[in-house]
Each structure stands twice: as structure tokens, then as C-alpha cells.
Design a protein around this ligand. Structure first.
Ligand code: PA5
Length: 445
């Protein structure tokens, strides 16, 4: 379903050294399976694809259908792990111009709760003014400020515009089973709700209702997405030999590159629809590995667009980077370059070629140039942008992340550093309960 090629890293690190990780990878895989490693209370994602039931998928699909039938727009409110997975899949599968098409095949999917932009929220509420809209409120803790703030605005607007009864039908909560304000509100108001399992952290939650519900509302096939992930769960299983396990090879290669001074991994795509897959991936690896003053910095670029902005740096800047390219084998549509009699632009040498052939040569040319410039290059090929291959890709990255974090020696499943800004923000805003912190922070200003 996906293939990983590390050949173009081998001028910089040796295959022997990558394969020397075999025993450590095996130990990491066993720690994940047996729950004996760090963060072992957050391993619910590991066998999630193969354990999702038909009934659960049917429940999600039925709820999605209610939203599809009753809404012109659905706002997905969430941040971080409660936002990026859904957006990654939806944007990868959506028509790039769906937003502008007159005849819509389902509700427009919008996002909120992932920033604190007053103008963003104002413009969103203005756009929704004459729309029949619904909301999916996603928050595991149920108390995240960005999401709670957006939801407060959206709930009121939805109730004002559509009435309390209809609002009840088109507001859905995805949150903890018992705790948090989102749970209390959902229960008090009688919203349909889905549970985020305790043992699945935000950035590993795309295959829970956090990702599956918005993806189904957007009209995509969550059964196929889960099937793709389940196939990858098998392909990356603990008994698969090291050399045949893409997650094992990816985890080992990136750790070996890191050991050799390659501190930044740039996830590259040659397809603009993959932009949010990279955003999701950055959170997955950044939050999992960036701790104890170590960890590869995850960055991303969209090529060929960013070859015209970041290309120079990548070609000739500090040699602390490597690239991982996600290459999509087949396009969904076919478009050929037309021939032109006068050929003023000199492009007749491309006439009759598919646009993707040009793109693929840009990809190959870039790989060779960057390797020549001292940038190791890994390549992940997926057959097409569809639900199965995306499900496989997401699970592949999750599994590799768990292994990679253990190879690095950190707990890949916590995120203690995320709290620091929140504490300061609450102190500065005089949140009740933060009186001491408020005093202390005022003294620093
Ligand atoms: O990965 C994580 O844990 C975070 O990105 C969270 O998902 C994010 O902060 C949102 O948290 P919550 O779902 O509790 O609102």
C-alpha cells in the first residue's frame, strides 16, 4: 500500500548502521505491544484500526447523515490532535474548489477553535449568518480555551438562528466519557455525543470519532479509511521482519540521521492536497519527540510551490536537514498539455504530456539536486489519494512515531511542555484559581 525507499540516505548514513537498530526496534515494538514502555497508558491507538466495530462505524455514519441532511455548513471546532487529523484527510480528498462550486454535494466543512483570532471568528460568524449550520465540538479535556471560546460563540449563534430544538440535532460533541465542560454541556443539552477513549492521546486520535465523524460528514468513506489503516497495522506488526516493516525502517533511519547531525526533518509533498497531512505529521512528531532537550524538528514544505521560496535554503543552507518525500503515484484526473501553433512560451516540448509527468520530473530533479547538495532523502510512495492509502499512511506514521520515540528514549505519548503557555495566559487573564501566578507574572512585566 505504501513503499518506503531509503536508498538516497545511504550516501550519508550506512545501511549497516540502519540495520543495527533491529534489536532496539524489536524491543520498542515489544514495549508497545506489552505496554511496558513509557506512556503505556496511552496505547489505545495501537490496535485501533483492527478493533473498530461495524456498529461504531454505522453510528458515526448515521450521525454524519443527520448533519449532512440538515446543514449547509458544519463547523468542526477543535485544536491540535482534536483538529488536524480530520482536516488532513478532508483536504486531501476534497476537490480543491469545492468551496466555490454552486452545486454542493454536502455541507461545507469549516474549522474553528484552532486559533484565537477575533477577525477569524468574526468573519466565520458573519459567513454563517444566513446559513443552516451545525457544529462538531471536539475536545478530549473539554476545557481547551481556543475550542471552548469558539464553541460558546457557535452554540449561541446556532441556537439563535435555528432554535433550541434544531440546535440539539445539529450540535454533536466528541469528548471524554465523563469529565470536562464539553461532556457536561453535551449531557445537559442532550446532544448526540461520541467518546474519545481515555487511552488515546489527541495526536493519535484521527481514527476515533475525533477524525472519523468530520470525515464522514464531509462525505468520505470511513470504512475504507479504517480498512487502509488496518492493513497497515498488519504490515507494521511486531512479527513482521525488520527489513519488511516500513515503520521500523523509517524509525531507524530517522534516528540514525539524527545521530549524524541531521536535526531537522522536512516532510515534502508534490501535491497541494497533502498540506494538512504535513501539519498533522508535524504535531505527531513534534509533540511526541520534542522533549528532554532532544528530538528532530519536524518541518514541511509544499513543492513545487516552496521550491520558489525555501528551495534555496534546502539546496545550500546549513546541512542539518534531511527530507522525507510523500509521493502520490497516480492522479485522480487526467490533464494533458495542449500543443500551441505559435509556441511563444516554448512549451511545445511538453505537448501531449500529462501535467503529472512534469510534476514527477520536478520531483525526481529535486531529489537528485538536493541529494547532490548534501540533503539525505527518503521517499514514501502511496498509490493514490484515496481513503485506503490515507488510512494506511496515517497509521504508518503513528506506528513509526511510537517506535521512533522509544528509540530516542523519550515518552512519545505525553506533552508536558504544552502547559507552559496556558499557565501564563490564564495568569495574565486573571482566571480564577490562578491568583498566585497572576501576581508573579505581573511582577515580571
Ligand atoms: O495532542 C494533544 O494532546 C493536543 O494537541 C490536544 O489534542 C489539543 O491540545 C486539544 O486538546 P483537547 O482535545 O483536550 O481540547
Amino acid at each position: 500500500m505504501i513503499s518506503l525507499n531509503i536508498e538516497k540516505t545511504l550516501g550519508f548514513i550506512s545501511k549497516e548502521n540502519v540495520f543495527a537498530y533491529e534489536a532496539q526496534v524489536k524491543a520498542a515494538q515489544e514495549a508497545l505491544e506489552n505496554g511496558t514502555g513509557k506512556g503505556n497508558d496511552f496505547l489505545g491507538w495501537l490496535h485501533l484500526p483492527s478493533s473498530i466495530t461495524k456498529e461504531h462505524l454505522a453510528d458515526l455514519k448515521a450521525t454524519a447523515q443527520v448533519l449532512r441532511e440538515n446543514c449547509e455548513a458544519v463547523v468542526v471546532a477543535g485544536i491540535g490532535g482534536s483538529y488536524l487529523g480530520a482536516r488532513a484527510v478532508i483536504e486531501a480528498l476534497s476537490n480543491s474548489f469545492a468551496w466555490l462550486q454552486d452545486k454542493k454535494s454536502g455541507p461545507v466543512i469549516l474549522y474553528a477553535g484552532h486559533n484565537i483570532g477575533e477577525d477569524y471568528l468574526y468573519e466565520l460568524t458573519e459567513y454563517l449568518k444566513d446559513k443552516k449550520f451545525g457544529v462538531i465540538n471536539i475536545s478530549k479535556s473539554g476545557t481547551t480555551t481556543e475550542t471552548a471560546l469558539a464553541f460558546r460563540l457557535l452554540k449561541k449563534q446556532c441556537e439563535d438562528q435555528r432554535g433550541k430544538e434544531m440546535a440539539k440535532k445539529v450540535i454533536v460533541a466528541v469528548t471524554d466519557a465523563k469529565k470536562g465542560a464539553a461532556r457536561v454541556t453535551a449531557d445537559n443539552e442532550g446532544y448526540k455525543s461520541f467518546i474519545i477513549p481515555d487511552n488515546v492521546g489527541g495526536r493519535f486520535s484521527v481514527l476515533t470519532p475525533v477524525g472519523l465523524l468530520p470525515i464522514a460528514v464531509a462525505g468520505f468513506d470511513i470504512e475504507k479509511l479504517v480498512a487502509g489503516a488496518a492493513a497497515m497495522e498488519k504490515a507494521c506488526g511486531k512479527d513482521v521482519p525488520f527489513a519488511e516493516n516500513p515503520a521500523a525502517i523509517y524509525a531507524a533511519t530517522r534516528n540514525e540521521l539524527y545521530k549524524n547531525g541531521k536535526k531537522i526533518e522536512i516532510l515534502v509533498n508534490f501535491n497541494p492536497k497533502l498540506h494538512y497531512v504535513s501539519e498533522w505529521w508535524k504535531q505527531l512528531y513534534g509533540e511526541s519527540e520534542g522533549k528532554e532537550n532532544k528530538g528532530i524538528f519536524p518541518a514541511s514544505v509544499d513543492f513545487s510551490t516552496d521550491l520558489h521560496s525555501m528551495g534555496q535554503w534546502i539546496q545550500e543552507g546549513e546541512r542539518t536537514i534531511y527530507e522525507t518525500v510523500i509521493s502520490v503515484e497516480k492522479t485522480q484526473y487526467s490533464l494533458q498539455v495542449p500543443s500551441d501553433e505559435v509556441n511563444l512560451d516554448g512549451l511545445n516540448f511538453l505537448a501531449g504530456k500529462h501535467v503529472d509527468e512534469v510534476n514527477k520530473m520536478a520531483e525526481l530533479g529535486t531529489q537528485l539536486a538536493h541529494v547532490d547538495g548534501g540533503v539525505p532523502n527518503m521517499r514514501i510512495v502511496i498509490p493514490a489519494l484515496n481513503e485506503e492509502s490515507l488510512g494506511g499512511l496515517l497509521y504508518f506514521f503513528e506506528k513509526a512515531c511510537g517506535i521512533s520515540g522509544y528509540l530516542l528514549g523519550v515518552n512519545p505519548f505525553n506533552q508536558p511542555g504544552v502547559e507552559a503557555y496556558k499557565k501564563n495566559m490564564f495568569a495574565l487573564l486573571n482566571k480564577p484559581g490562578y491568583e498566585e501566578e497572576s501576581k508573579a507574572i505581573q511582577a515580571r512585566l
